[in-house]
Write a protein that binds this ligand. Structure first.
Ligand SMILES: Cc1cc2nc3c(=O)[nH]c(=O)nc-3n(C[C@H](O)[C@H](O)[C@H](O)COP(=O)(O)OP(=O)(O)OC[C@H]3O[C@@H](n4cnc5c(N)ncnc54)[C@H](O)[C@@H]3O)c2cc1C
Length: 424
């Protein structure tokens, strides 16, 4: 039999198989197709070099916003993400319930994060909260968001902003250069050298900051992680939250500790399914980690700063959420006093003693209780936009983020739809 005949036989077999299945009444998924643009022959080689203004590491809740902002502000930007999609805890972790963009009857965080949330809810025909109403419970104004749609839109906006995305990669080493950094990134089949002026560390646990040897803070006991799944009834993304299994001891420090958290979570879900004899309808691919390393920044936001709504003189973003510490006995959120809107200073995003690196997200320099409120998604998105702005401006003027005049940061943030603390 010739190769051509064999191929024809196989096609006939597959077609017969599909028709046979349809014939007995089972639904057949439809197939559509897309053809990729001709790939650059250079993409086949394992080694490459990039020269960019801004390298964003981690494309999660804060990172994709930072990258979009840096790109929109005119900086050449590379986004390195070790997973295969954007959004981090908001998408891959399955926590598609961002909050809080509002406080006491008005919006306090907007900008790129809000643009994405709003667009994904509207496209999904979901419901946006009415921020003019002060809700009875804080979470009533969190936004049910379709995680899959959100990841698609985040990617689209990165591409539109000129951001180059490198999935499946992470930094392995970094060296200081005269005007920034040289960072070695690796992925499967890829070794990438990145020469950049600024790094924005959005890895959640300040992994680049740790790799460079700057001080980080961490508790001996951390809040539990959670594995998200749905048993028994259909999961409707964008309409409800998924069941959560607390994984106590979950630790995102490295690939081994994260693997242990995933193995523990999945084993427990399997046991639950067998015990309750229910069907598994949805399972996220990995554990969501609430807490790991935070940076020790040029300032540390204390719980007193947070709960008193201290207006820092270098405030670059608002934040709003109850103090929300999960423990072995669950969580009892402590709401902020009426009228209180905490702020985030630029110095809390700068690793102490560093130049040309800034962070955004849950690793913000803060004590544990302040962090339990600051770590939520709207606040992380706000920090991401501020960090992307500071990094882009610093790259442009050949300085470090801390030396960029605050009015310039505010001006760019305002231009890109963000609300400036104290100016709403
Ligand atoms: C279970 C759970 C429930 C929560 N509930 C809510 C809620 O209802 N509402 C809310 O607003 N907030 C909630 N939060 C808090 C919030 O989701 C997170 O604190 C926030 O999303 C963290 O954002 P981030 O950008 O700092 O990190 P992440 O979103 O985790 O992003 C980090 C990204 O960096 C990537 N990365 C890590 N290391 C590297 C590396 N070395 N190289 C390259 N890439 C790397 C990761 O893959 C990831 O994409 C919850 C958190 C958890 C875990």
């Amino acid at each position: 039999m010739s190769d051509k005949d064999k191929a024809t036989d196989r096609r006939d077999f597959l077609q017969a198989g599909f028709l046979g299945t349809a014939g007995v009444g089972l639904a057949v998924a439809s197939t559509t197709s897309v053809t990729m643009a001709e790939s650059d022959p250079a993409s086949q080689t394992p080694e490459l070099t990039n020269e960019v203004d801004v390298l964003v590491v981690g494309g999660g809740t804060a990172g994709h916003v930072a990258a979009i902002q840096a790109g929109r502000a005119g900086a050449s930007t590379l986004l390195v993400e070790r997973n295969s999609q954007l959004g981090g805890t908001t998408t891959t972790g399955g926590v598609s319930f961002p909050g809080l963009f509002d406080a006491w009857g008005r919006q306090v965080i907007a900008g790129i994060g809000w643009e994405l949330v709003k667009e994904s809810v509207e496209m999904d025909e979901g419901t946006l909260p009415d921020f003019a109403k002060v809700p009875e419970r804080h979470w009533h104004n969190q936004v049910y968001t379709n995680q899959f749609l959100y990841a698609l839109l985040a990617e689209e906006k990165c591409i539109e902003a000129g951001v180059e995305i490198a999935y499946y990669e992470f930094p392995q080493a970094a060296r200081k250069t005269e005007d920034g950094w040289e960072v070695d990134c690796v992925g499967f089949g890829t070794r990438r050298k990145v020469r950049c002026k600024q790094i924005v560390d959005c890895t959640g646990g300040a992994e680049v900051v740790g790799m460079l040897g700057f001080p980080r803070l961490r508790e001996d006991e951390r809040q539990p992680g959670s594995f998200l799944f749905m048993m028994g009834k259909e999961h409707q993304p964008g309409r409800n939250q998924i069941h959560r299994l607390y994984v106590h001891g979950a630790d995102s420090t490295n690939s081994r500790t994260a693997t242990r958290a995933n193995l523990t979570g999945r084993k427990s879900i399997l046991e639950k399914l067998r015990k309750e004899k229910k069907r598994l309808m949805h399972l996220q691919p990995e554990t969501g980690f609430r807490e790991s390393y935070r940076i020790e920044g040029e300032t540390i936001i204390t719980v007193n700063d947070y709960t008193s709504g201290r207006h820092f003189e270098d405030a670059i973003s608002n934040a709003f959420y109850p103090v929300d510490l999960h423990t072995k006995t669950g969580v009892k959120p402590k709401p902020l006093k009426p009228g209180t809107v905490p702020t985030i200073p630029l110095r809390a995003l700068i690793p102490k003693g560093s130049t040309n690196i800034i962070v955004a997200g849950r690793c913000v320099s803060s004590d544990r209780l302040a962090n339990s409120g600051l770590r939520v998604q709207a606040s992380c998105m706000g920090m991401g936009q501020a960090a992307g702005t500071a990094a882009a401006l610093a790259a442009k003027s050949g300085t470090t983020p801390l030396s960029v005049p605050l009015p310039e940061i505010h001006e760019v943030l305002r231009e890109h739809g963000q609300i400036i603390p104290g100016q709403a």
